[in-house]
Design a protein. Structure first.
Length: 297
């Protein structure tokens, strides 16, 4: 059986309006066409499909059996096109700020602050796309949030956090098996984040602990995952202080050994060197830097 090729969209649109109005004159008014043009497009569509879609009556129209079957299919397709077009392209009525960056930073630091930005600058939209590994800044993105030392070729960076490496666990885990000193970690599972230079091995070495095997334990690709597992009492995560401030204040996590040690890496806001940010992106860049300095105080 030969497949029918898809008819031209304007024919289908004319059919949908005509089937809804059941009157070529009214359909022509809605489509801003002449009645003759509407009739011609319907004839071409019927010829293409090899069936009649309408019964021409002395007063108006009615749908044939094939027309009644085809109408909801065409109506649904046109409706989907209209919704998709509206969702994708009406955003251009606003300036969109395009950011890629750390999921951990977004979840634990940025997200709670975005309500302030949206209230202050309702004319701008945010598009935040998470990445896991540091890569070249995409040409579509205005800026990126990265964890590192702040030096990347071809990029200008602005520091956003001043972090300490802080072991954290759930209050329940702490109650079951108190952690009085770092050596007690030997009795617990360590939760690792893949790709961080300053992980459990680094922290234990700085603390002078050689009785804990830092090579064992569950590994995850985001800090978000390790913090969630720690919250569930499944082990200890080596957190970045800026990421767990709220969770510590809310009692979801505890820091058994205090404030931890200073991290040499931090979160940075980066943009291309030599390229000017458009108006909305420049506003967001400055706003985010101000938020970082407020959080530091």
């Amino acid at each position: 059986m030969n497949k029918k090729s898809l008819p031209p969209l304007n024919w289908l649109h004319t059919f949908e309006v005509s089937a809804r109005c059941l009157n070529f004159t009214h359909a022509a008014e809605e489509l801003c066409l002449t009645q003759g043009a509407v009739s011609q497009q319907i004839r071409l569509l019927e010829s293409h499909l090899g069936v009649s879609l309408f019964k021409r009556l002395p007063r108006g129209l009615s749908l044939t059996e094939e027309g009644r079957s085809y109408f909801p299919v065409v109506k649904d397709a046109i409706s989907r096109l209209a919704v998709g077009t509206n969702e994708i392209f009406t955003q251009h009525d606003k300036q969109t700020i395009k950011i890629c960056g750390s999921l951990s930073f977004f979840s634990h630091w940025l997200a709670p602050k975005l309500a302030d930005f949206s209230e202050t600058y309702p004319q701008y939209d945010i598009r935040y796309v998470s990445n896991i590994w540091v890569q070249a800044l995409d040409d579509e993105d205005d800026m990126e949030i990265r964890w590192g030392h702040g030096e990347w070729t071809g990029l200008i960076s602005q520091r956003l956090t001043w972090d300490r490496l802080v072991p954290v666990c759930s209050p329940e885990l702490m109650a079951r098996s108190p952690l009085l000193e770092p050596a007690d970690l030997a009795n617990h599972s360590l939760l690792h984040v893949i790709g961080y230079e300053e992980g459990w091995g680094y922290w234990l070495n700085i603390m002078g602990v050689d009785s804990v095997d830092s090579s064992v334990g569950m590994q995850f690709d985001t800090l978000v995952s390790t913090l969630r597992m720690a919250e569930l009492g499944q082990g200890l995560a080596l957190a970045r202080s800026s990421m767990v401030e709220d969770m510590l204040n809310e009692g979801k996590l505890v820091a058994p050994f205090g404030q931890g040690i200073e991290a040499s890496e931090s979160f940075y806001l980066v943009r291309r060197s030599g390229a000017e940010l458009h108006g909305a992106a420049a506003v967001f860049f400055d706003w985010l830097v101000r938020q970082a300095h407020l959080a530091k105080k």
